[in-house]
Design a protein around this ligand. Structure first.
Ligand code: PHE
Length: 385
């Protein structure tokens, strides 16, 4: 009996010893994202981008002789899950840094936890300004919505000569509420008018009350700063009600699902984004080739590109950091200058945001009948007031 107990203790000791030594030659980072749920492609694409960056890093020997490992949790697109995912990553997995989320409301929930524990978090794609305002642990590799709203307004007013634009936004999402306000103030500042500004709630099945009010105003365009599932349904219902004007939106439209849900109803509409697979730049071409080799020929969306950039920027900061303590690692992240990403040159500003160009894309149908976003314009920061 005693022998058996001793044997069990010895085996347990061996296992513990093995896992301890395993821990010391690997560094763990975390990702939390919507791998399932209504924004599932956001998390999946981001995860694909991060894993591609990680694979390349480890194939080249890791960082300072150590391989980097990823622990990932599914938020299902829910704020509560975002908070518990980050808590788990930090307190039980003990990651040195966190990547995520996509949706601003979820990055706010997760970011509060990361800031509280003093662990750096980089959101690849949350654009609401309040996310990085949570504190010095929170940074992003994308532009923010005051710029994105201006980009949509400028494209509509100057390129499309739109003067009357109605707005339909998701009152449950920090992203949608903020971007709606940013678009409106930019468009009105340019001389445009917004006769109707109405709300929906994520997942609503029926938008006919809002769309009927919008139809009565006979707008040149409808600005819908929402996520792809709702946007696809809104497009279908708008056409059914006889509304023919283009819809206009932001990065939240970026999903291969948009065309599947919206079909012909979404053709001829436009949105702003962080990147377009049509861009001729060498960095974009190389990334697309590597991504397609890794993921069965799939074309990466903006989230995949931003996930890849966020991971590589973190690795770059890890190489430069004096240690992986929260303070020293965040200092390295926040001093990033001229980091050449797929989505453009990334320099962290004093508020831990990146100043980058945006692209406008148009949903078009090709000869084969496939509907996809096609590059329309690039709009640079700087000129914005
Ligand atoms: N910017 C969106 C947000 O803050 C998220 C998003 C980014 C969605 C890029 C799609 C593409 O909520």
């Amino acid at each position: 009996m005693l022998k058996r107990i001793l044997g069990v203790v010895a085996v347990a000791g061996l296992i513990m010893g093995a896992s301890c030594s395993k821990k010391s030659d690997k560094v763990l980072i975390g990702h939390y994202g919507s791998l399932t749920g209504p924004e599932a492609t956001f998390g999946q694409s981001t995860s694909n981008g991060i894993k591609l960056a990680l694979k390349e890093l480890n194939a080249a020997g890791g960082i300072n002789g150590k391989l980097v490992e990823l622990k990932e949790y599914d938020t299902k697109g829910e704020s509560k899950e975002a908070g518990t995912s980050v808590t788990r990553l930090i307190t039980s997995d003990e990651v040195i840094a966190v990547l995520g989320e996509v949706a601003s409301s979820l990055s706010l929930a997760g970011g509060r936890v990361a800031q509280q524990y003093g662990v750096p978090m980089i959101t690849p794609s949350s654009t609401n300004p309040s996310v990085t305002a949570l504190g010095p642990m929170i940074s992003r590799v994308c532009f923010i919505d005051p710029f994105q709203g201006y980009v949509g307004a400028k494209f509509a007013y100057e390129t499309k000569k739109a003067r009357n634009i109605c707005v339909l936004y998701d009152q449950t999402a920090a992203y949608s509420k903020g971007l709606k306000d940013d678009f409106k103030s930019a468009f009105i500042g340019m001389g445009g008018t917004v006769p109707v500004d109405v709300a929906y709630s994520k997942g609503d099945p029926d938008f006919s009350a809002q769309l009927t009010a919008i139809r009565a105003a006979n707008p040149d365009m409808i600005y819908v700063p929402g996520y792809y599932n709702d946007v696809g349904n809104i497009a279908v219902q708008a056409r059914r009600l006889g509304i023919t004007c283009p819809l206009l939106g932001g990065d939240g439209w970026d999903s291969s699902e948009l065309a599947k849900i919206g079909k012909d109803a979404i053709v001829g509409s436009f949105y702003s984004n962080h990147y377009s697979p049509d861009q001729p730049e060498a960095a974009v071409r190389v990334f697309i080739k590597k991504y397609q080799d890794e993921y069965r020929g799939e074309t990466p969306d903006g989230l995949a590109a931003l996930g890849y950039d966020a991971a590589n920027l973190l690795f770059d900061a890890m190489r430069r950091a004096k240690s992986y303590s929260g303070n020293e690692l965040s200092a390295a992240i926040n001093s990033t200058k001229d980091f050449a990403g797929v989505t453009g040159m990334i320099t962290m500003d004093a508020d831990r945001n990146a100043q980058k160009s945006a692209v406008m894309v148009e949903m078009k149908k090709d000869e084969k009948g496939d509907i996809r976003p096609v590059y329309a314009a690039t709009i640079a920061p700087g000129e914005q007031k």
